[in-house]
Design a protein around this ligand. Structure first.
Ligand code: FMN
Length: 196
């Protein structure tokens, strides 16, 4: 029985642990939907790297398509789909950049090749061919030879502060259960169900 008196982050934590325990591949991969300044939507997969009562954290390039969208319109939507346990979790909220210190701390944990890749790839920019990237990787490997790779200033994290979290549980006969947590103005959660 899904207890709507329980904090939604506790539910999220519990369900993520369940997904990991079931060895669902890439359980922390989530769709990230953004909207540009003209209202045109786009969606892509990113990894959830941290979650706390403050929100859901992912990383990428601030000058990328998603980065520009978020700058113009911080309203985003995240979605997890774990088919093996027939769960879906949708998070709607506003994305904001995390602090430089937090981004630095995470960047320092990344593999050196990924750190170099963050410098080499102007994420979302049009490129001539893949060799262009390989050349840039070599350039930055040379530049940072023998030293720690610093975080590129345009690379970092965002935190999505949820205004709504929906837990969806698949059931036979299409009579799925949908539990919604909606954030009230005073910060408390209002809970209700929606028809599947
Ligand atoms: C499983 C998976 C995980 C990914 N994780 C990230 C991520 O954490 N951050 C990121 O910027 N891109 C990630 N990507 C690449 C994105 O899907 C996307 O191609 C990239 O962020 C550029 O998107 P944009 O041009 O819409 O900004 C991931 C792709 C896959 C398939």
């Amino acid at each position: 029985m899904f207890d709507t008196n329980l904090d939604p982050f506790l539910h999220f934590d519990r369900l993520m642990k369940q997904a990991v325990a079931k060895q669902i591949p890439e359980a922390n991969a989530m769709s990230l939907a953004t909207v540009d300044e003209k209202g045109v939507p786009s969606v892509r997969i990113v990894y959830l790297k941290d979650v706390s009562q403050e929100g859901f954290v992912f990383f990428g390039n601030y000058d990328s398509h998603k980065g520009k969208d978020i700058l113009a319109n911080p309203n985003v939507c995240l979605n997890f789909h774990w088919p093996e346990i027939w769960h879906q979790i949708r998070i709607t909220g506003k994305a904001e950049k995390i602090s430089a210190a937090e981004s630095d701390a995470y960047f320092a944990t990344r593999a050196r090749l990924s750190q170099i890749g963050a410098w080499a790839s102007n994420q979302s920019a049009v490129i001539k061919d893949h060799d262009h990237l390989t050349r840039r990787v070599l350039e930055f490997e040379k530049q940072f030879d023998g030293q720690a790779v610093p975080r590129p200033p345009n690379w970092g994290g965002w935190r999505v502060k949820p205004t709504e979290i929906e837990f969806w549980f698949g059931l036979t006969g299409r009579l799925h259960e949908r539990y919604i947590y909606s954030r009230a103005a005073d910060g408390s959660w209002k809970t209700f169900m929606r028809s599947p």
